[in-house]
Ligand binder design. Structure first.
Ligand code: ADP
Length: 230
């Protein structure tokens, strides 16, 4: 899979460069250069995501410290605020439970960013459509349950099991068009796994999706941790 996914943009880059080499129409050259940039950026994102995944795969246990749940959520929302503006979507924080979680803050923020980014990417483009993504966190016993809900296109039931697999896409063309790598949810699942947690998805086609990231709060385990929140 990896070699196929890497070969596709590389093949496109070679073909584009070969055309550029023989074409001297300024307009055509400009258009082709734009496509070279697009393919190169896509390749860059795939390599970045693959590196993130391989770090997660070899990691025995995440570096943990205590962070306020609200701070973790705000950091993810701040990062995606520009993308929400570009998508013309409302990005809101729903109820967030008080308290802290012992986790690798960078990894949890990255997982939440992937979920928010997907929520924004797979919104319904129809003129009448409500375009909204919300994030929050609640507690279930000793677990912290992060949830990201969107009013997007939803996911067919037959695909729901498979979307966490690397490079699995429901609609390849849409994923490609929105700059997807097909690795976002694989990263989310790995982050959950190394924290001893899990992921869940609920969805209704045409109405939207909710992704849950369930992470043990870790507060009752082991010696007290130092608070790493700013
Ligand atoms: P991609 O880079 O393609 O978005 P992901 O691993 O993040 O890859 O997601 C895998 C696939 O799951 C996507 O291609 C898309 O078909 C589907 N998907 C993920 N999140 C959502 C969502 N919030 N709404 C609808 N479909 C989604």
């Amino acid at each position: 899979n990896v070699s196929h996914e890497l070969k596709t943009p590389i093949g496109a880059l070679i073909a584009l460069a070969e055309t550029l080499e023989v074409d001297d129409d300024a307009e055509v050259m400009k258009r082709l250069a734009g496509r070279v940039l697009h393919e190169a950026e896509r390749l860059g994102r795939i390599v970045d995501d693959l590196l993130d995944l391989s770090v997660l795969e070899v990691q025995a246990a995440p570096d943990r410290s205590a962070a306020r749940i609200a701070d973790v959520i705000s950091e993810a929302v701040d990062r995606l605020a520009p993308a929400a503006r570009t998508a013309g979507a409302e990005l809101t924080i729903a109820e967030v439970s008080e308290g802290s979680i012992v986790c690798d803050r960078r990894q949890i923020v990255s997982a939440l960013c992937n979920l928010l980014e997907n929520g924004l990417k797979y919104l319904d483009d129809g003129e009448e459509a409500v375009r909204a993504v919300a994030i929050g966190a609640s507690r279930d016993g000793t677990d912290v349950v992060f949830h990201v809900t969107d009013t997007g296109i939803g996911i067919p039931e037959s695909d729901r099991e498979r979307i966490f697999e690397r490079f699995y896409r429901v609609d390849r063309a849409r994923s490609r068009q929105t700059g997807g790598t097909g690795l976002g949810l694989a990263i989310v699942r790995h982050v959950a796994h190394v924290h001893g947690g899990s992921t869940q998805v609920r969805s209704e086609e045409g109405a939207g999706s909710t992704f849950l990231l369930v992470i043990p709060s870790g507060l009752s385990e082991g010696p007290p941790m130092q608070d790493a929140s700013p």
